[in-house]
Design a protein. Sequence first.
Length: 429
Amino acid sequence: MSIHKTEFLPVSLNITGKKILIIGAGKVALQKARSLSRFEVSISVLGTEIHPDFNQSDNIQIIKKEYEPEDLGGHYLIYACTNNPGINQKIKEDSYQRNILVSIADAPQTGDFVSPAIYKNENVTVAVGSNGKNPSKSVKIRNLIRDHLNIESDQIRIKKDAATTYNRNKDSPPLHQEIANKKGKVILAGFGPGDPGLLTLKSNQYLEEADFIFHDALLDVSYLDRFKAQKIPVGKRCGQHYKKQEEINEMLLEAAFTGKNVVRLKGGDPFVFGRGGEEVAFLNQHQVDVEVIPGITSAFAAAAQFGIPLTQREVSSSLAFLVGHNLSTRPFPKADTLVFYMGAKHQCELSQALIEEGWDKSTPVALLSNISNTSSKAVITQLDKLCKEKGAIETPLLIIVGETIRSISDLTESAPEKAAKKAGEPVSL
């Protein structure tokens, strides 16, 4: 008995004006729809649970229902993308009865066709396939070929240096060798909370050498004007996401494979609520080296700026950093001093949760905004008064809770400030 290896013939189908049905509406279906939406086709997505990133548009119709064989009628291609192998197999059998080509997401080698990794620019289409065995490798090779052809990708335009421009009349390496050699490195650096003076010398050196700088919003962007690199803003502020994390990851990967110098510049420290770990993991999975340069996180900068020790002998011997939202989903750590990041809209919830946890109502609280900047402010209050301070101070906001605040303010406050504190009024430092 001979065993045949499944192979797919690369062809280009005329799908202009054709109807394509994607059955299943999860993440895999979303990727298929996005890939197909660049063509002039009519796309229908059918499923009972619709991925939140699906948007109804002129060429994508969302149908919320269970699959039935009658749904196949009139379609040119079928993508079976449900999370149920039995349903996908049933879709395959129903498609065969109607002589419709079908692609099976969870078992690509059993279907009629697979979709390669595609990049399309006007009349040029780059398609890379792996017989359905290694889609991620296909994507990586596709990206490298695209970069070699000097195709524009998102906000990055790969401009070839005149001294290294590929010249077919000279001894230049062939494309396959150039692709193999193009494996870049990304510098993941912390800028600190805002003051450029807190930037490390090592980070500054890399910024001087950078060709691309992907930067956050919460830093002094004007400082970057002194560097020759192309600046790409990818920051997030007050819940307004300019780029999703997955998009940022892909942009960093594309830039790394140009072989040029790439710096990912983050506010604060990359590994303190900065999603630096996610970016490192993604790039390492794609064989891209990452060097991480620490930055001064806002808690340390705030402690220095406002004279609030995070630990102090006989007062606080433990310290914990926390995210200041979704407080009900996790217990508070047993620490003497708590520092909450991104808690500006959750001050009242934070107050109530800590008091319920057993914290004294009179525990001092410091609300610190725009740390290390000229517009920085501090308000000192106490735990049971925190609800009243909601909206009383600018963002971004850092919240410190603990007795160390009382110990330092007792030494530095004037008599009027002490009187105001006793009356429960906010004190501006």
